[in-house]
Design a protein around this ligand. Structure first.
Ligand code: AHN
Ligand code: ZN
Length: 348
């Protein structure tokens, strides 16, 4: 990412080439060549392995509380669970509670949860996901299900599960990333309503990003940073990162605000063998929890979000009663979690 990283990568490459040359000229056998290859691999900055089985269990656990709709017991219990887990994984935890007013005038008791790894480091990276569930499955083809809350295994719990496992992995690892990390679980993301957009108070106020009631937690956080003067080098948002066969196009607003971050993440994924998930193609612009950090907090932040390549749109069970554990695929969790770990360990 940075000039220093590039310099380091280059010096590793030069060193590796030199090793191969020495080994091959000294004794031109196959054996010595493969020895030198092994030496090369040990010299690259390698992240610890991401355990998708463990991430899966953290998603299951959230889902087992029931839909995490604000102002319900399941929401409170899940919030407590997330705070407990982050503390257990060695994070310094900040709880930012606030009352969110929805587009339809409801008051939600909401909570953003921030877990900081290496809190003293000045160079910091944000990893975020929303932890609330949508209050109604309004995309369900069955009318009877449209008023039910969404189980939200993918649209919510998947990103949180990946980030909990990432915190656990770093805690367990002997080698820590140099950068500080702030895991942020945003609340009240999913109370929006597209159909009411024309009458929405944000449209009336001329908000160019047309949140239509979404992203209340990230907007609160961007206006009320959890630490005075807080900033970060960049941020990465995860949204719907658990479905089988997920595809992540390069989301349009991410490319507008933070193209170097997008390209670094997609390149890192490709190097790790995950280019079938992280597809090198432009995606549409999506209003999500990365927008307020960019526009209000002025922190470059990208969104890794599952959209269908070419056609756009989200995964088939989006905002339906079927967004349950049957959607969740460990291969996708592994691709996302391993890529994120590698991105972190590549930073200086
Ligand atoms: C819109 O539909 C405008 N944004 C998607 C935000 C979202 C909802 N992410 C998950 N659920
Ligand atoms: Zn949603």
């Amino acid at each position: 990412m940075t000039t220093n990283d590039n310099t380091m990568t280059k010096s590793i490459l030069v060193y590796s080439v030199a090793l191969v040359l020495v080994a091959t000229s000294a004794c031109k056998t196959k054996q010595s060549q493969s020895d030198s290859t092994q030496t090369t691999e040990q010299k690259t900055v390698s992240a610890p392995a991401f355990n998708a089985d463990s991430a899966y269990t953290y998603i299951e656990k959230q889902v087992a509380f029931g839909p995490r709709v604000p102002n319900t017991p399941a929401h409170t219990q899940t919030g407590n669970y997330l705070v407990t887990k982050l503390k257990q994984f060695g994070c310094e935890v900040t709880q930012q509670s606030f009352v969110a007013t929805t587009w339809d005038g409801k008051k939600l008791n909401a909570l953003n949860i921030i877990g900081s790894i290496n809190p003293k480091a000045t160079k910091r990276i944000i990893l975020a996901s929303h932890w609330d569930s949508r209050p109604h499955a309004d995309n369900d083809p069955d009318k009877a299900d449209q008023n039910k809350p969404v189980t939200a295994a993918n649209d919510g719990a998947s990103g949180v599960g990946v980030l909990l496992e990432l915190a656990r992995t770093i805690q367990q690892s002997n080698q820590k990333p140099t950068v500080g990390i702030d895991i942020i679980f945003f609340d009240a993301e999913d109370w929006g309503n597209g159909e009411k957009a024309t009458n929405d108070f944000e449209q009336a106020s001329g908000n160019q990003f047309d949140y239509i009631g979404f992203c209340l937690g990230s907007r609160y956080w961007a206006k009320n940073l959890h630490k005075p003067g807080y900033s970060a080098y960049y941020g990465i948002l995860l949204d719907m990162v658990g479905a089988k066969g997920a595809t992540f196009a390069k989301e349009g607003l991410s490319m507008q605000f933070a193209p170097t971050v997008v390209n670094n993440v997609w390149q890192t994924a490709s190097n790790a063998g995950y280019s079938q998930y992280f597809v090198d193609t432009p995606g549409g612009q999506i209003t999500d929890d990365h927008v307020a950090p960019n526009t209000i907090a002025k922190i470059p932040m990208i969104d890794i979000i599952h959209t269908n390549i070419g056609t756009g749109g989200f995964f088939p069970s989006w905002h339906t009663a079927e967004d349950d554990m049957s959607n969740i695929d460990k291969g996708t969790l592994k691709a996302v979690g391993q890529t994120l770990l590698q991105v972190l360990y590549n930073e200086e």
